[in-house]
Design a protein around this ligand. Structure first.
Ligand SMILES: [Fe+2]
Ligand SMILES: [Fe+2]
Length: 356
């Protein structure tokens, strides 16, 4: 609690200040002479002192000098009925922070005196808050810069993977595009999808297969059917992605999603055989976008299939491999986009949907 000391030989004046500031929540002590005042100052170190100038035994200026010698951080406001200009100047020179005149009217206490006290007691605090706000601004700016750099790193990682694997060139970019289409369609049906969700989905789509960097070229680009051991190797890529990304502090939330992009809602997926409710929504979205792009793009072991055939595959696997709602949203959103694109005479086809 903030402590105030009122030093005045006139009891009524001291009492008026004490009552007023006690009501405002301060702890207010009274001293009727300089000697008692110094004892209280030494024992309680008040934050602020109202100090009368004319007092018997020790006058206000002497008390002020003693207070300042004891502790310069104590604020002293001089209280005077008839102080001369010289006395005021001397008090200021000795370190008094302000002056008030007595006797006090209620209005003078309520407006002027309280203002002076607030300036003295909270002025420093205000400066401190302003300084802190400036620091917060700087940190936010720095944080934005780090986030921008982080996004650039993400893009470089994705590009590094795709430059190794000619068949999946553009794959993560298209998965990113399809995932966004799905999320926006789900939002139009009332699902709460905010900017943070979309930003996370962007990172996760772009990096979902980053673990394939650890898969050998022979397996990755094999033109024929994979053997059982080659399947095992390729199925390690979600775990490898998690390992590669784990040192990045601000991506921890995304790793769970990336790790789960090959899970199936019927629990027959990999690597953890998670079921329905344990698979993050964004992983379910990426799973549909990923499968659609895989089906509609050329792969080393087979040619791309038409969009309608891919849709039928997605439908067939609703609530088995894929979340049914996600499939429905994707097909309806894709068809809407395709219609829009056609009406704008933009060529569309497998994997060539206009970018949103
Ligand atoms: Fe994958
Ligand atoms: Fe993929």
């Amino acid at each position: 609690m903030l402590e105030i000391l009122v030093v005045d030989d006139e009891q009524e004046i001291a009492k008026a200040l004490q009552d007023f500031f006690t009501e405002k929540g301060y702890n207010v002590r009274i001293a009727t002479n300089g000697k008692i005042a110094m004892e209280i100052v030494k024992e309680h170190r008040p934050h602020l002192v109202f100090l009368d100038i004319r007092m018997p035994m020790m006058d206000g200026l002497s008390v002020l000098r003693n207070i300042r010698e004891f502790d310069k951080s104590i604020k002293v406001i001089m209280v005077t009925a008839f102080g001369t200009k010289e006395i005021m100047l001397e008090a200021k020179r000795l370190g008094a922070v302000d002056f008030i005149r007595k006797p006090f009217t209620p209005a003078y206490l309520k407006h002027d005196v309280i203002d002076k006290v607030n300036v003295q007691l909270f002025g420093d605090l205000r400066e401190e808050i302003e300084e802190k706000n400036k620091l917060i601004d700087k940190l936010e700016h720095l944080n934005e810069k780090i986030t921008r750099n982080f996004y650039q790193t993400v893009m470089s990682l994705a590009a590094a993977l795709e430059s190794r694997d000619r068949y999946t060139h553009g794959h993560s970019e298209r998965v990113d595009m399809y995932s966004r289409i799905i999320a926006k369609e789900m939002a139009s049906f009332g699902l709460e999808i905010d900017k943070k969700f979309l930003d996370n989905l962007h990172i996760e789509s772009r990096l979902h297969d980053i673990g394939k960097i650890a898969v050998s070229d022979i397996v990755l680009n094999k033109p024929g059917k994979l053997t059982e051991s080659e399947f095992i190797e390729i199925r390690k890529h979600p775990g490898e992605s998690a390992k590669i990304l784990s040192p990045l502090d601000n991506i921890q939330e995304n790793i769970d999603v990336i790790y789960a992009h090959h899970e199936r809602v019927d629990g027959k997926g990999y690597p953890a055989r998670k079921t329905e409710s344990r698979i993050p929504l964004r992983a379910k979205i990426i799973a549909v976008a990923d499968a659609f792009d895989a089906m509609t793009s050329d792969r080393p072991y087979r040619k791309a299939i038409p969009v309608e055939t891919a849709f039928r595959e997605l439908e067939k696997n609703k609530n088995l491999q894929f979340d049914g709602n996600v499939v429905d949203c994707f097909i309806s959103a894709y068809n809407k986009k395709r219609k829009d694109s056609m009406s704008r005479k933009v060529q569309v086809g497998s994997g060539a949907l206009e970018k949103i």
